[in-house]
Design a protein around this ligand. Structure first.
Ligand code: GLN
Length: 441
């Protein structure tokens, strides 16, 4: 299908269905989009098109796209027009990807359900009574609803993988440093990564190939090694570490284990349980670091440069982190909480490194429970616990993918379940190969 035709189809669908789903908070000008789509089609027919030609792309609203609003789904930045492209965006444009609009999200990427957006929650396209998960809620919903081909999200503690799991799409958290963070409005610098949400593994790998790599603007970014063509090789003699932790709904754990059993028998993979001794400390380690860095990062929103002062215009979850961060970073504590959390982070990182000496990958559910209903009151602890299996990967700096592998029933509604495949830092190639092999079954 021509890019122009596809674009028309998507725009129509968005107009009809997105009022309710609320996955996009800003769309680009239609005439401009059409013009660009025509140019892309011309390039395709002359054989000069880039790798992403024909792909229509949604972007999470915390990533700068020149001329669009990088609102972070917050009243604080609702009028902030980006004056430049994030490096990931520049790379997408260079490969002829067509950006259609900005996706809804939890405010400043704080949350796990897609409900903290100042512009209203995103509804799960699979069943609109349920949350999409967060914080890349709009990106996951837009892909699941068929409003675009692929989308970009950001993942600090699970924000790409969690909504991917709840919406039945593929979501990838690249290794820390694999993708430049330049132009991403930070939530927590030490963990943030931009990554793809797509309908299949191949599209995720393609988008990852385009956006990854060393960038002078982001000092922690690294070149890494990745070759898209290699993802079609089926890994042989794989050693898989099956991770079991407390607090996972038994039906979810069973679904993952059964799927893994099925694949490993067919592919002759070796599955053994992996023990990560301190993984139960992940949430307690993650949040002091997040509170500290988020508090520090938000000091620029003091009302002088970006009009509104964040404390006056933000929602309760953002405020909780600012007040909490303010408290634990006070001079009288002498950096105690942050430093202790950094020590625990190192321990968890080491444990993963040790595990990867024995295993090629670690497999577990992406999210320990099924999504709740929109508006249902759940405690802060319960909300934070959505990330027990995803945040350890951010602490370790490894890469992980969430792959839809089946559905489970909640109140007579079938909801998707994602399998998380974790690989060592900068082993995206292997991760995509494994995911592709499982997807093919
Ligand atoms: N739910 C986690 C948090 O609120 C993760 C958010 C994210 O990855 N951006 O911090």
């Amino acid at each position: 299908m021509k890019t122009t035709e596809k674009l028309k189809k998507y725009l129509e669908k968005i107009k009809k269905q997105d009022k309710e789903i609320n996955s996009f908070i800003e769309l680009r000008d239609e005439k401009e989009l059409m013009k660009e789509a025509e140019e892309i089609d011309k390039k395709i027919s002359s054989g000069k098109a880039g790798k992403l030609a024909g792909k229509i792309i949604g972007v999470k609203a915390n990533i700068n796209v020149l001329g669009m609003t990088a609102s972070c789904a917050s009243k604080v930045l609702e009028n902030y027009k980006s004056t430049y492209d994030a490096i990931a965006i520049k790379k997408i444009k260079d490969e002829d990807g067509l950006i259609i609009g900005m996706c809804n999200m939890d405010e400043f990427a704080c949350g796990a359900s897609g409900e903290t957006s100042a512009f209203g929650p995103t509804k799960n396209p699979i069943n609109k009574k349920f949350i999409t998960g967060g914080t890349s809620s709009g990106s996951a919903a837009a892909v699941a609803a068929g409003f675009c081909d692929v989308a970009l999200g950001s993942d600090t503690g699970g924000s790409i993988r969690n909504p991917a799991s709840h919406c039945g799409v593929v979501g990838v958290k690249p290794s820390y440093g694999a993708v430049s963070r330049y132009g991403l409005i930070d939530m927590c610098m030490s963990f943030d990564q931009i990554g793809p949400l797509t309908k299949n593994v191949e599209d995720s790998a393609l988008l990852f190939e385009v956006i990854r790599g060393r960038d002078e603007n982001d000092s922690i970014s690294q070149e890494g090694i990745f070759n898209f063509k290699e993802i079609f090789q089926i890994p042989k003699g794989l050693k898989v570490g099956l991770l079991k932790i407390k607090g996972v709904e038994p039906e979810i754990q069973n679904l993952i284990e059964n799927k893994l059993k099925e694949v490993s028998e067919k592919k002759w993979w070796n599955v053994e349980e992996v023990k990560l001794k301190h993984i139960d400390l992940a949430i307690e380690t993650y949040y002091p670091i997040v509170y500290t860095e988020f508090f520090s990062g938000t000091r620029k929103f003091d009302g002088r440069r970006y009009v509104k002062k964040i404390e006056d215009a933000c929602g309760p979850e953002v405020l909780r982190r600012i007040l909490g961060g303010n408290e634990i970073t006070k001079a009288e504590h002498g950096g105690r909480y942050y430093n202790k959390a950094l020590k625990a982070k190192k321990i968890i990182e080491k444990e993963f490194e040790e595990a990867f000496k024995k295993f090629d990958c670690i497999v577990c559910p992406t999210v320990p429970r099924l999504p709740h209903k929109i508006g249902e009151k759940i405690s802060v602890e319960k909300m934070y616990a959505y990330d027990v299996l995803t945040s350890p990967v951010n602490l370790a700096g490894s890469c992980a993918i969430s792959l839809p592998i089946g559905k489970l029933k909640e109140e007579n509604v079938e909801l998707p379940v994602g399998m998380q495949i974790i690989c060592n830092k900068f082993e995206e190639q292997k991760m995509f190969q494994i995911a592709k092999a499982i997807e093919e079954l």
